[in-house]
Design a protein. Structure first.
Length: 165
């Protein structure tokens, strides 16, 4: 005969498995909500492009969350995201020459006017660091952890065994 205590014991034994499965199935969507929202907000504040705003990649391997800034140049796969994050040599006032690698001209869209710009090469000053990714992770992890715990607790409460006489 199955008793209330027997069912409660079985349900308690499965609690860690059920919580782990819930986390595994919802880890990425919760991370995308929290980190994605912060990333978008910070990118807008820094006037970043739409392509930059779509460059946040969130994956997981088991319960291990992986967040990456995947923003690279279209032409030659240069790490633009890293340069915007940490900056280049702005303080020294130094400039450096950039020129097309696999094209006759450089092409970009002016972030202020939205106009197409072209160059056969030109001097540029360094890039001022934005620290968008760093700020996102520092602010986001506590929010993410709280949200993950809250939703897991809600799931566990919703799926607990309710004994009816």
């Amino acid at each position: 005969m199955v008793t209330q205590n027997h069912l409660q014991n079985l349900r308690m034994e499965s609690a860690s498995f059920r919580a782990g499965e819930f986390i595994r199935k919802n880890l990425i969507s919760i991370a995308q909500e929290v980190f994605g929202s912060l990333f978008e907000q910070l990118a807008v504040q820094h006037g970043m492009t739409e392509r930059y705003k779509r460059s946040l990649k969130i994956t997981s391997e088991g319960l291990q969350l992986q967040i990456e800034l995947d923003y690279r140049s279209k032409d030659n796969n240069l790490p633009l995201g890293e340069w915007f994050e940490t900056g280049t040599d702005v303080e020294s006032g130094g400039t450096h020459w950039i020129e097309p690698v696999n094209a006759e001209v450089l092409h970009w869209i002016d972030p202020i006017t939205g106009e197409d710009r072209f160059s056969k090469g030109h001097e540029v000053k360094g890039i001022t660091p934005t620290h968008i990714f760093e700020t996102m992770t520092e602010r986001g992890y506590p929010i993410f952890a709280d949200e993950l715990i809250k939703r897991t607790e809600e799931f566990m409460a919703q799926t607990e065994l309710k004994w009816q006489k």
